[in-house]
Write a protein that binds this ligand. Structure first.
Ligand code: MN
Length: 210
């Protein structure tokens, strides 16, 4: 499940843990298919072609490429940052959803959410507001910071939590390609419906790992 951190070149397009139509009616089949098989695939292909002529870095894991990108040759730095970030973010986003979502966070994560935000409803409202306000393309993420506290953060473009020493728990993609076919300009509805798909079991595992 956490191979997304340790995979290295040649990177593969990881299968979704559900079928393209499994997230209906909250996210439509066509959107999931294009998002996975076109957008994510492009990030995987671009990352591989960027590293093709740089065997020295082909043994670096996705995690290492992102965290140590400043050590890479200048010529490929930006391409690695954008595409490795795209691969990591999308795999985390897709793993974080399930058609069999439970009503809410489980034991340990629930306790932490209540402690940090007061109630699940308050957390949800704050997360939704944050995701709605991401300007342009990016992500909203519930994560754990260095002081081991829960925090809601935003990531522009394909920046990742790994660059900021944060451990992700749940993360929503608010690039327009994630919702535009079904929701057009109604990002608020997409965010609201995404809550029906959160894989709280995965979130609990991420929380315990952090
Ligand atoms: Mn995306």
């Amino acid at each position: 499940m956490f191979s997304i951190y340790t995979d290295c070149y040649p990177f593969k397009l990881i299968d979704l843990p559900y079928s393209y139509d499994a997230l209906e009616p909250f996210i439509d089949t066509k959107t999931v298919e294009i998002h996975h098989n076109k957008h994510l695939k492009k990030y995987v292909d671009n990352l591989n072609s960027t590293l093709e002529d740089y065997p020295k870095y082909q043994c670096w894991s996705l995690n290492e490429l992102i965290k140590n990108s400043y050590l890479l040759p200048y010529k490929i730095q930006n391409d690695v940052i954008n595409n490795a970030g795209g691969v990591f973010n999308h795999n985390f986003y897709f793993q974080g959803m399930t058609p069999d979502s439970s009503p809410g966070p489980q034991r340990n994560l629930l306790a932490a959410i209540l402690c940090q935000f007061g109630s699940f409803e308050e957390f949800k409202a704050l997360f939704q507001e944050t995701a709605l306000k991401v300007f342009g393309s990016g992500y909203a993420v519930l994560c754990i910071d260095k002081s081991k506290r829960l925090k809601i953060a935003t990531l522009p473009n394909q920046c990742t939590v790994l660059n900021n020493d944060l451990c992700p728990i749940i993360m929503i993609d608010v690039w327009e390609h994630a919702y535009y076919l079904k929701y057009q300009n109604r990002r608020d509805l997409y965010i609201d419906n995404w809550f029906h798909l959160i894989n709280w079991n995965f979130a609990e595992k991420c929380y315990l790992k952090a």
